[in-house]
Design a protein. Structure first.
Length: 254
């Protein structure tokens, strides 16, 4: 998906520049060829600046090196821009300066266009990162809220019971019913769906199977195939195996 977005972005750039460069001389074919030759310089400059200089120097607060390498990048990109103009002069204009598109001979304008595209790309990346950070913040807030509640409200036997997270050993789906097994071996049976309960539980609970959710804090032992709680061996399905292994190892369970 990321590669598709990049391709779409540069395709839009080609179309817009072809129209902008081709309009003054009403020669869109020539403008397309020129933009195609200039595109590698714009792409290289954009990716060098946004994916190397910014994260490695600017975000690391190495401002002197960032400024120096940015200057080198500007000089280098302008040099390659001049080479593109020279190639256009030879290939597109057949050594006839008057045949060249007036826009493509304006070095200053081309530099402005190129760096406008570079900084537009930087702005888009900033927006995407801000959005991703906001999603992460919202996820952490939701998780904190779950931890703060500290309990589930379970409807069973015509009454609502409060079950704290610490009391839950594991949850088992039994078709139309769900069995909540507590750490003291008491059992609560409810018509709640296991998927609904999973969304209400904090990250300390692991979905290990379509029919099982376990409390990671009360696991006594585990293997690649099963988890043991209250002397009960619960299976780990292939669907959840990789995620469960990562959580178990990171949690440093015995």
């Amino acid at each position: 998906m990321r590669k598709f977005n990049h391709l779409l972005y540069w395709l839009v750039v080609i179309i817009v520049l072809t129209i902008a460069f081709g309009y003054p001389a009403t020669s869109y074919t020539e403008a397309f060829y020129f933009v195609s030759m200039l595109l590698p310089v714009m792409v290289g400059t954009s990716y060098l600046f946004n994916y190397y200089l910014v994260p490695k120097y600017l975000l690391e607060r190495r401002y002197m090196k960032f400024s120096l390498y940015t200057f080198y990048t500007i000089v280098g990109s302008c040099y390659f821009e001049m080479l593109v103009i020279l190639v256009a002069f030879i290939v597109l204009a057949n050594y006839q300066y008057e045949n060249m598109n007036p826009v493509t001979t304006n070095v200053f304008l081309l530099a402005i266009v190129m760096y406008s595209i570079v900084f537009l790309n930087a702005f888009i990346l900033l927006i995407r990162k801000s959005f991703a950070s906001q999603v992460q913040i919202n996820t952490l807030k939701t998780e904190k809220l779950k931890q703060g509640k500290g309990h589930l409200l379970i409807r069973a036997d015509r009454k609502t019971s409060k079950v704290t997270y610490e009391e839950i050993a594991y949850i088992e789906s039994l078709g139309d019913y769900v069995k909540i097994v507590k750490t003291d071996d008491q059992i609560i049976t409810t018509k709640e769906k296991i998927g609904v309960l999973s969304e209400k539980l904090p990250d300390s609970f692991y979905r290990i199977h379509r029919s099982f959710i376990v409390n990671g804090n009360v696991i006594t032992s585990f293997s690649k195939e099963s988890i043991t709680i209250n002397n009960e061996s619960l299976p780990i399905s292939r669907t959840y195996k990789k995620t469960v292994e990562q959580k178990l190892m990171s949690a440093n369970h015995p």
